[in-house]
Design a binder for this molecule. Structure first.
Ligand code: GLN
Length: 492
């Protein structure tokens, strides 16, 4: 029963709870049972809230028993990446500088989860301030990949992906600045969606690269992803970059999910995708065959500027990060040094003690790129490249419904393999970064395994605010394959 419960989708569980067949308290206890069992090995969570979660579950069960109305995720145990503010527990961003930070408010997405009657079980590990591709940059703990515990779960939302794959929650939220939802989803064999920039409120999301960051779901199926989007999408007056629903309506993402997209036209970028490892390329070819059998037409498009995405991203993202992270000064937030002689030393020592190596590297890179004399050569140039990449997408989407490509050039790599070589680590983001630069939505869905039984993801990118079609396209694949049903041997 325990494992049967834990393997349910959010939708099945929610419907079971709403019908009174399953108790949310039982599902929540099962999740904490899994946490007790797997968490010592996987290390997905920075904090968990057992008492709070059970109280919420009991509250939902009581409401249902009394016939009161409940929210769309009523009783479903979910996790939140520790980059989103919660008034309960701490919000650390996996950084020593925020290790004891208590937020005075909830992120809008957290409010929305609570309003939907979800049960928040804990906050997941990540690369410090979401900077990284393996979760190895966490200043607080290590997370491993549930499929192979000698490997990384991907990053920066590695804790969320590992918790979902490891049955330690039914769904989770992650954040994606350059691939941090999709790449760990691909490494852990789960579904991860980065919505269009502006579709989901960033209020209460600790900023990394504000013009790139988006919150999105990590789930075990496309349907669960649609359900999570129903809860979190929409305009938020507290986030001026969230988009007005009059211009881009939010729809019920579940409603038409099972309707295949008619006359689907898929574009591929063969030369660009050719950089991936052989098993990844093979899985992509097989996935395209599935779509062909379903009647899709596959066309080739040229997107000449994608090759420059990494270079442009690491200027834009670090520039924004250097500015966003200036607020951690030892005065306003978090860690304050105990050995300062004067206020300058309060700043410099608090930051020196609180930030990890990668965060410092990025602050230096970003500060340099923005400094006078270099601004035009680096930052402005990067913005121009960003525009050209946007243009590549606009051109491609005139000819097709979606673009497909790998999520990552490799499957999950070994812990420690890339940590001393930041450039190689940065290169692993080659396929995910352009969606953030262009602001378009992109999803990763399970599409195969390599010879070592490590999951491979298929990435599908769609025009801005076309999440409904994107999810339907992803669902077409999922309904005709069973990659998403495979689970790591570590879980029952
Ligand atoms: N790996 C990329 C980086 O290090 C993306 C991270 C993210 O999406 N948060 O910046």
């Amino acid at each position: 029963m325990q494992s049967e419960l834990l393997n349910m989708s959010c939708k099945e569980l929610r419907d079971g709870i709403a019908a009174g067949r399953i108790k949310s308290a039982a599902a929540t206890e099962a999740v904490f049972g899994a946490i007790e069992k797997y968490e010592p090995v996987i290390g997905a969570y920075i904090s968990t809230f057992e008492g709070r979660a059970l109280a919420k579950a009991n509250e939902v069960d009581a409401k249902i028993a009394a016939g009161e109305p409940v929210g769309e995720l009523a009783g479903v145990p979910v996790a939140v990446k520790d980059v989103m503010c919660t008034t309960f527990g701490v919000t650390t961003c996996a950084s020593r500088i925020l290790e004891n930070f208590h937020s005075p408010y909830n992120a809008t997405v957290v409010e929305k989860l609570l309003a939907a009657d979800a049960v928040i079980v804990g906050k997941t590990n990540m690369d410090e301030f979401a900077m990284g591709s393996s979760t190895e940059n966490s200043g607080l703990k290590e997370t491993v990949n549930p499929w192979d515990t000698t490997r990384v779960p991907g990053g920066s939302s590695g804790g969320s992906a590992a918790a979902v794959a490891g049955r330690m929650c039914f769904a989770a939220l992650g954040s994606d600045t350059g691939g941090s939802i999709r790449q760990p989803a691909s490494f852990c064999g789960v579904v991860g969606l980065k919505p269009t920039y502006g579709r989901v409120s960033r209020f209460g999301l600790v900023a990394y690269g504000s013009s790139l960051d988006q919150i999105g779901p990590v789930t075990r199926s496309v349907a669960d992803c649609a359900l999570m989007m129903n809860v979190i999408a929409g305009r938020d007056p507290a986030d001026s970059t969230s988009v007005d629903e009059k211009n881009a309506p939010v729809c019920d993402y579940l409603e038409k999910l099972d309707e295949p997209v008619d006359k689907l036209k898929v574009a591929i970028v063969p030369q660009f995708s050719a950089g991936a490892d052989e098993p990844v390329q093979k899985a992509l070819t097989c996935a395209l065959d599935v779509y062909k059998k379903l009647g899709a037409e596959i066309i080739e498009v040229d997107m000449p500027h994608l090759d420059y995405a990494i270079a442009a991203y690491y200027i834009v993202a670090t520039a924004e990060a250097s500015s966003n992270l200036a607020r951690y000064d030892g005065v306003h937030y978090g860690h304050r040094t105990e050995n300062a002689g004067d206020y300058v030393e309060v700043y410099s020592k608090s930051r020196a003690e609180g930030f990890g190596k990668e965060v410092k590297r990025r602050i230096m890179l970003g500060t340099y790129a923005l400094s006078s004399g270099y601004y035009d050569a680096y930052y402005l140039k990067a913005l121009k490249v960003r525009n050209l990449i946007r243009g590549d997408f606009a051109g491609a989407f005139e000819k097709c419904d979606c673009v497909m490509m790998p999520v990552s050039p490799t499957t999950a790599f070994k812990i420690g393999e890339k940590i001393d070589d930041p450039l190689t680590m940065y290169l692993s983001d080659i396929y995910t970064i352009s969606a953030n630069l262009a602001g378009v939505p992109a999803i990763s869905i399970p599409c195969g395994f390599d010879d070592s039984e490590l999951p491979i993801g298929l990435q599908i990118l769609a025009p801005a605010f076309a999440e409904d079609r994107l999810l339907r396209i992803a669902r077409m694949f999922e309904s005709n394959t069973d990659w998403h049903r495979k689970k790591p041997t570590i879980v029952e």
